[in-house]
Design a protein around this ligand. Structure first.
Ligand code: CDP
Ligand code: CDP
Length: 210
């Protein structure tokens, strides 16, 4: 079956973790669309361009598959750069085409901010995964630094960066972060990643056994 499942939500909500696990469970390809915006920002910075001021259109068109494989795409400079280029309509248009082509080939679980609203408004199933800003900041912190007691000042700085990025993503005029009306809301403050997957799989089963 060529299913398209959209997973959207704010930063560090667990979208990628859920999308990857769902894809494995359903034998579908997974696409993390945040990597596209991150890769555009990185390529721009390497070329001496400023993602907040210069056009990323050419860079988005020239993006190569290997640009997404880098392990230095999840650093604060790229967090900010991705969120800045993501406000540019020509960049979004270039990346939209790639996202649709990827998922149309054999279905996909695809995660981002606007998958259920713009990229695949007719997706077979949509999830909107969220959690409070404090929980999300702690998740990202632990992802980066392990489970030891967090350094409070660093955690607060990370929480402020995440909240600023969420605000920018939700307030931009083009493809803002927003729950699609028909998306299943998954509040994860009190659910670990395994419980979120179990819940999502039960939604998949009930939706597609009907
Ligand atoms: O893709 P997104 O930025 O939404 O988040 P992620 O990178 O998938 O998840 C951030 C961290 O939260 C990872 O270390 C996950 O293991 C953890 N986590 C989760 O994904 N889901 C939960 N319900 C709880 C924690
Ligand atoms: O993992 P995390 O949730 O922190 O970020 P990400 O999913 O890798 O996305 C990085 C940035 O790319 C976001 O803050 C958005 O500005 C942008 N993005 C977007 O605008 N639309 C998408 N479909 C995916 C990401």
């Amino acid at each position: 079956m060529r299913l398209i499942i959209a997973v959207d939500g704010p930063a560090a909500a667990g979208k990628g973790t859920l999308a990857k696990a769902l894809a494995a469970a359903l034998d579908l390809p997974h696409l993390d669309t945040g990597l596209l915006y991150r890769a555009v920002a990185r390529q721009m910075i390497l070329a001496g361009l400023d993602p907040a001021a210069d056009s990323g259109e050419q860079t988005a068109h020239a993006l190569q598959p290997e640009d997404l494989q880098r392990n230095d795409l999840r650093v604060p400079e790229i967090d900010r750069g991705a969120s800045a280029v993501a406000t540019q309509p020509p960049v979004r248009a270039a990346l939209l085409k790639r996202q649709r082509e990827f998922a149309m080939a054999s279905g996909a679980v695809i995660d981002g901010r606007d998958i259920g609203t713009v990229v695949f408004p007719d997706a077979d199933l949509k999830f909107f995964v969220t959690a409070s800003a404090a929980v999300r900041a702690l998740r990202r912190y632990q992802q980066m630094h392990g489970m030891a007691d967090p350094v409070q000042a660093e955690l607060e700085e990370l929480a402020a960066e995440i909240e600023a990025r969420d605000r920018k993503d939700a307030e931009r005029p083009v493809s803002p972060l927003r729950k699609a009306d028909d998306a299943v809301l998954v509040e994860t403050d009190h659910l670990d990643a395994k419980a979120v997957l179990t819940h999502a799989l039960s939604v998949v089963r009930s939706r597609f056994s009907a």
